[in-house]
Design a protein around this ligand. Structure first.
Ligand code: MAN
Ligand code: CA
Ligand code: CA
Length: 410
């Protein structure tokens, strides 16, 4: 698992995709430090940053640190004056007027050296290379490798989008660094100013190949500042899966409700059908009433069929959604499934619309008016009671029968 490194932020402004270590205002400083010390014998850091300013000349620069203590307070590119460890300085401003800035320099310190800011640390640099890292179209990348006591600085100068386009800058051999230390990035402005923005800061532990094989651990253990924030891709994927889960549950619920409606409708149609059969024949009024009941019955059967179709559609959609959840992200298959899903949901929608229209009260489907005699005679009353009782008994018998049949299945 990739762990989220805790960092200490000093006067820097974090946002979703970068940390502004200094804004382009006069005499600013800021820094970001790992919260806990690392004790890697060999390590590598990959830092992505931008130094931008309106002027042809900017100031003062940015530093990448590996030091025994966090350089929380000081004047050296916004960090401690007397550090124990190493600083890789990206010095924008030519303080000594030798026309040799911007420059990248490696300055080691055992805690006793005082940085010579006025001379751009010229006599203190263990190695350096002149590179212009300001106002580049792509972020600048620095890869600093400390391996077997040799420190190497590689630079991608931000001219291409190719992340791996590194060039050698500087190398210091036999460099003894504290066994434990904090990684940091800092920046400062003075009379002149630039925006100093850190986009990412990755630290890796390097292990020698032989040890690697013996211990069976990965050569680069990745810890990244990016992981402070959930990546955009991860977030989108999580949202898709959460959304699908909700759709799945909703459709399941819909399916259950449709099952219930279907059952209810079936019982109702059968009951009405029995009534029509039993009350068949008789006078003209009764025959007219029976015809109207037939129409109603047919209407109901059609509704039943539609509900049934809809249930099948919902069932298939449900299957598709479940299938989709088992699929990984991306690819043609996923797109195809989403299209199928869309199509099925469309069918369900159409069926529902149809059903709603069917059930809307309009002229043709008005319920038949039951012919009621102008005056209720005793014969009529008893006939009515008898028919009601027969209907009720029939309905109960039918229901018991259905329930018995259903029980057999479970
Ligand atoms: C002023 C001073 C210096 C600084 C430059 C550039 O001259 O603040 O220390 O290096 O401005 O910002
Ligand atoms: Ca300088
Ligand atoms: Ca200089």
């Amino acid at each position: 698992m990739v762990t989220k490194p805790a960092v200490v932020i000093l006067d820097a402004i974090p946002s979703a995709d970068q940390i502004r270590i200094t804004p382009s205002l006069k005499s600013q400083k800021g820094s970001v430090w790992t919260k806990t010390a690392s004790s890697f014998e060999n390590w590598e850091v990959e830092v992505t940053f931008r130094v931008t300013g309106r002027g042809r000349i900017g100031a003062d620069g940015l530093a990448i640190w590996y030091t025994a203590e966090q350089g929380l307070d000081g004047e050296v590119y916004g960090a401690a004056n007397a550090w124990n460890g190493v600083g890789i300085f990206f010095d924008s401003f030519d303080n000594d007027g030798k026309k040799n800035n911007p420059v990248i320099l490696v300055v080691g310190n055992n805690g006793k050296l005082l940085y010579d800011h006025q001379n751009d640390g010229a006599s203190q640099a263990l190695a350096s290379c002149q590179r212009d890292f300001r106002n580049k179209p792509y972020p600048v990348r620095a890869k600093i490798i400390y391996y077997k006591k040799t420190l190497t600085v590689m630079i991608n100068n931000g001219f291409t989008p190719d992340k791996d386009d590194y060039e050698f800058c500087a190398k210091v051999e036999n460099m003894i660094l504290p066994p434990q230390g904090f990684f940091g990035i800092s920046a400062a402005t003075g009379g002149l100013a630039d925006d100093h923005d850190a986009l990412s800061f990755l630290t890796f532990q390097l292990t020698e190949p032989s040890k690697d094989a013996l211990m069976g651990i990965s050569q680069r253990q990745k810890r990244t500042m990016d992981d402070i924030f959930e990546s955009v891709n991860e977030r989108e994927l999580r949202q898709i899966f959460e959304g699908q889960n909700r759709i799945h549950l909703e459709i399941k619920q819909l399916n259950r409700q449709l099952d219930m409606i279907l059952d209810e409708q079936r019982r109702y149609v059968n009951a009405v059908s029995e009534t029509v059969t039993k009350t068949g024949g008789g006078n003209e009024a009764q025959q007219a009433s029976q015809q109207e009941l037939d129409i109603l019955l047919n209407g109901q059967r059609e509704v039943l069929k539609h509900v049934s179709d809809m249930r099948i559609s919902v069932g298939e959609t449900l299957k598709l959604v479940s299938g989709n959840q088992n699929l990984g992200a991306g690819g043609y298959e996923t797109t195809q499934h989403f299209n199928d899903l869309k199509e099925h949901l469309h069918v369900v929608k159409r069926d529902i619309e149809h059903l709603v229209q069917k059930n809307l009260p309009h002229e043709k489907q008005k319920c038949p008016e039951i012919p009621v005699p102008s005056c209720l005679s005793t014969t009529h009353f008893f006939m009515f009671v008898a028919v009601q009782s027969v209907l009720l008994i029939g309905y109960f018998m039918y229901r018991n029968q259905q329930e018995a049949a259903a029980k057999k299945f479970f």
